[in-house]
Design a protein around this ligand. Structure first.
Ligand SMILES: Nc1nc2c(ncn2[C@@H]2O[C@H](COP(=O)(O)OP(=O)(O)OP(=O)(O)O)[C@@H](O)[C@H]2O)c(=O)[nH]1
Length: 390
């Protein structure tokens, strides 16, 4: 008997893009949009302390429509969680119209997409509508050019290469000349995806939802081994013998404290204008050596000026190595106002959240730093020193 047609399957948008590129901003833009769709969101965060669920949660009408997977990267350690999340959504009586998966800024999208082909239950119920990459026009060049250890994937390159739609975001932060240069850089990696220039991820929703722009043929041009698992079995075979049908953790983990972090995936980079990429040796690693996240939970009220000075100093002194910082904060003398801190390298956004602290909600500050060679002790002690003493 033939399986369900694509039209009968639930469309999924995989939102990818480097740390701080504007993924959550896009998800919020979509959730607030006038599309009449019931959307489920699967949020994945790299750090053990999650922030995005709070930021997206402000715009989602029912909390049960958001599933958070944190403390691991969806492309490796928590891939099993993704499978479970998708199977849970499938069995809900409520019928969703669309699913959005927001991956971590460090995820390689290939293994996330592979999940939709390896597991027969998921393949029968879902189809990838689009792999959408957010690219930060100001900072993406830095990450695309980053030298990786031999044989390791550059996740920023993977994210651009695998996308069928690219939002070149934050164009307000670059000059026309810089924009032309970054456009050329993006095009040199992916010459086929539609590129849409945006500010604050504002885009016509009909350009990003229900677009059916994902194509397995194009994906195979980027990575001829896409439909093979780590052992080189074709997806269908692997699904039958269950080798990776549970999402396969493959025994590699991300450590978030500066330890060695490897995801032994094999996904060739797509270089060139839609040209098939050269076949890469198997076992290309997703190597996040030295990249870690420092998550801080601190109960109490913070002193505004001290936080300001501390953050400015830390981010200016470590502008290249701290890729991302974000937090949900509580300040002294600010009543129930909850504050959101957003940093991308040295660029900071800071202001009140649209939701207040709830009456019974403990005033716990949540702060996360993600970057290379972070000094956990210094960050943690510096942040805690900003708490107001009784
Ligand atoms: N100037 C400027 N800032 C933007 C733009 N888009 C998003 N931002 C800001 O950039 C910061 C990061 O945006 P997010 O949407 O959280 O980025 P993200 O990709 O979800 O970040 P991670 O989940 O940490 O990888 C926030 O402070 C946004 O308000 C833009 O077009 N221009």
């Amino acid at each position: 008997m033939d399986g369900p047609t694509d039209a009968e399957k639930l469309p999924v948008t995989i939102v990818t893009g480097f740390l701080g590129a504007g993924k959550t901003t896009l998800v919020n833009h979509i959730l607030k949009g006038d599309h009449g769709k019931l959307i489920a969101v699967i949020e994945n965060e790299f750090g053990a302390v999650s922030i995005d669920d709070a930021l997206v949660g402000e715009n989602i009408k029912e909390q049960e429509n958001i599933i958070t997977m944190d403390n691991g990267c969806v492309c490796c350690t928590v891939r099993g969680d993704l499978v479970r999340a998708l199977l849970t959504l499938k069995d809900k009586t409520k019928k969703f119209d669309h699913v959005i998966i927001e991956t971590t800024g460090l995820a390689d999208p290939a293994p996330v997409a592979f999940t939709f082909f390896i597991n027969p239950e998921i393949a029968d119920h879902y189809r990838i509508d689009s792999i959408l990459c957010l690219a930060d026009a100001k900072h993406i060049g830095l990450h695309l050019e980053e030298e990786k250890p031999d044989g390791a994937v550059n996740e920023a390159v993977q994210q651009v290469a695998f996308a069928d739609r690219i939002l070149l975001n934050k164009i307000d932060l670059v000059s026309d000349t810089e924009l032309a240069a970054v456009m050329e850089q993006v095009r040199s990696i992916n010459g086929v995806a539609e590129v849409i220039k945006t500010t604050n991820s504002v885009v016509d929703l009909d350009k990003v939802l229900g677009v059916s722009s994902f194509s397995i043929e194009k994906t195979l041009e980027v990575d001829p081994d896409f439909l093979e698992d780590e052992e080189g079995h074709a997806a269908a075979t692997a699904a039958h013998d269950g080798a990776a049908a549970d999402g396969g953790d493959h025994g590699h983990g991300h450590s978030h404290d500066g330890g060695k972090t490897e995801c032994h995936e094999d996904h060739g980079h797509g270089h060139g204008h839609g040209e098939p990429a050269a076949k890469k040796p198997r076992k290309k690693r997703h190597d996040l050596t030295g990249v870690s996240s420092v998550g801080i939970l601190a109960e109490g009220e913070l002193d505004f000026n001290q936080v300001n000075t501390f953050m400015m100093t830390v981010l200016q002194e470590n502008a290249k190595s701290i890729y991302r910082s974000k937090g949900v904060l509580c300040f002294k003398d600010q009543g129930n106002t909850k504050f959101v801190f957003q940093g991308v390298h040295e660029h900071i956004n800071f202001g009140p959240s649209s939701v207040e602290w709830g009456a019974d909600e403990p005033r716990v500050n949540r702060m996360v730093f993600i970057g290379r060679n972070l000094n956990r002790k210094e960050l943690e002690e510096g942040f805690r020193a900003c708490l107001v003493k009784d």
